[in-house]
Design a protein around this ligand. Structure first.
Ligand code: ACO
Length: 436
């Protein structure tokens, strides 16, 4: 018997099957041969929320959740955050290798060329209510780009794909800045192509009437680090959405909008906004023990804590904590930090959190640093979506070029009734399950 196999005995039929094990997985389709008779559909796996299912092969992002390791294309996140710019990291995610000096110059030049938005985008943006949530505006505007670039649907043409990838990476900060200025009622600012990716974003956010915006280098560097940390994160909820929607061969603008919609949820990228509301609700360090007690009694969750994959300290949270100290030297210390540190201290000593391996995740500290930079909590998830676009697109491209991938279409376990007798409307009783 070959060693890398699994032998299964079906106790219903007493039959034995042997299936190969590859990369620590068995193929779910290999189970289909396990049947009780010719009419049986065959065995399936039941895995709500994909707790133990690999949906793809990938060589983009590696996570070891038990040991708190995160690598992009083999490079530890700590090394990339220390030595690279986000533009280099976006290139790495998309093309598999770090760029040479020449490649980086060309890449940055090409991205810079695409930062402008079609003028109609401005009119579209003006249609939103003054208090529209920035994530709603971002998702809708990214989807609307599909109407401006109809050729984007040619997803099997590599050159066309690359053009849309460059457009999306370039235009995301421009759209994000528009959502911010819309909320404030300020006029939109055009991109400045002399500036780096984070500096140009800051220019579009914060330029007033000065002829040339000059970004604070500490803030620009911190923003770039935050972009690197958020670049990709394996098969998370929004990336899975990107792959799933993209598998229908939808164009990349609509697909990215769908991924961004998933990111908006409070259990995913929306958590950083929730962390700030939670810290506001706690109010002061002294109230932390009572708040933790409430959580342990089942009243809500500690936002910014816990992760499906990390069962150890999220390596990104460590780097953000470090970057926060640099930012506070410029902006002054955010008082929320003391509450967060106390919350972390108490939670990490508490048996409830220790037993469940609940550690701070990337969202626990990112909101505090964003707030110190001057962002309202509603903008936090938008700031997450900008760099994650590079990761989504890398994953989308990997999915499209993987010959094993098809339209994503899970199966279900049917729990409804067998075929029912139809009753005409006039003969149905006054009370039904729906009106009861
Ligand atoms: N606070 C308190 N208890 C928690 C928390 C939390 N933040 N997270 C998980 N738990 C508890 C659960 O209640 C459960 O307890 P039980 O075993 O007694 O029922 C146990 O820990 C396991 O949790 P699950 O919900 O099964 O873990 P899952 O992997 O499904 O969820 C998730 C992961 C969604 C991130 C969860 O930890 C959570 O809701 N955290 C708060 C929201 C958050 O910070 N999200 C950001 C994630 S990072 C990102 O998306 C960028």
């Amino acid at each position: 018997m070959p060693q890398d196999t699994l032998t299964i005995t079906d106790n219903r039929t007493k039959q034995t099957y042997t299936v190969p094990i590859e990369n620590g997985t068995i193929r779910a389709m290999d189970l289909r041969q396990i049947k009780t008779g010719p009419d049986d559909f065959g065995l399936m796996t039941y895995d709500p929320a994909f707790m133990n299912t690999a949906s793809c092969r990938s060589s983009i992002t590696f996570i070891d959740g038990e040991r708190g390791i995160l690598r992009y294309r083999g490079y530890p996140i700590e090394v990339l955050a220390e030595h690279c710019t986000f533009s280099e990291v976006a290139y790495l995610l998309l093309f598999g290798d770090l760029p040479t000096e020449h490649e980086l110059k060309t890449w940055v030049g090409e991205i810079t060329q695409h930062t402008m938005l079609h003028e109609s985008t401005k009119k579209f943006m003006e249609g939103f209510r003054y208090n529209a949530h920035p994530m709603g505006m971002l998702v809708s505007t990214v989807a609307a780009l599909s109407t401006i670039y109809p050729e984007a649907k040619e997803i099997h043409d590599p050159a066309n794909r690359l053009l849309q990838i460059k457009r999306l990476i370039a235009k995301m900060p421009s759209i994000a800045a528009m959502t911010y200025r819309h909320s404030l009622g300020f006029p939109y600012v055009y991109p400045d192509n002399d500036l780096s990716y984070p500096e140009n974003f800051m220019n579009m956010l914060w330029k007033k009437v000065e002829p040339k915006y000059v970004a604070n280098p500490v803030i620009a560097h911190a923003l770039d680090i935050l972009f690197i940390l958020h670049g990709d994160h394996e098969q998370n909820c929004s990336t899975n959405t990107m792959r799933s929607v993209g598998s229908a061969h939808t164009d990349p603008y609509l697909t990215t909008a769908a991924a961004a919609a998933a990111l908006a949820g409070p259990l995913h990228g929306g958590a950083n906004e929730e962390v700030l509301s939670m810290l506001d609700e706690i109010g002061s360090k002294e109230n932390v023990p009572a708040y933790v007690k409430k959580i342990k009694e089942g009243h809500g969750k500690l936002m910014g804590f816990g992760h499906r994959v990390y069962k150890n300290y999220d390596p990104r949270a460590k780097i953000i904590k470090w970057a926060a100290e640099r930012v506070f030297e410029v902006t002054g210390r955010n008082p929320q930090l003391d509450i967060a540190l106390e919350l972390e201290r108490i939670a990490l000593e508490d048996e409830y959190f220790v037993k469940r391996k609940l550690y701070p995740n990337v969202d626990f500290y990112s909101g505090i640093i964003y707030q110190a930079m001057g962002f309202e909590p509603e903008m936090f998830t938008v700031l997450f979506a900008i760099p994650r676009t590079a990761g989504w697109l890398a994953q989308w491209q990997e999915m499209l070029t993987d010959s094993e991938q098809k339209i994503a279409r899970p199966r279900q376990v049917w729990t409804g009734p067998e075929v029912r007798q139809f009753v005409p409307l006039a003969k149905r009783g006054p009370v039904t399950a729906a009106t009861r």
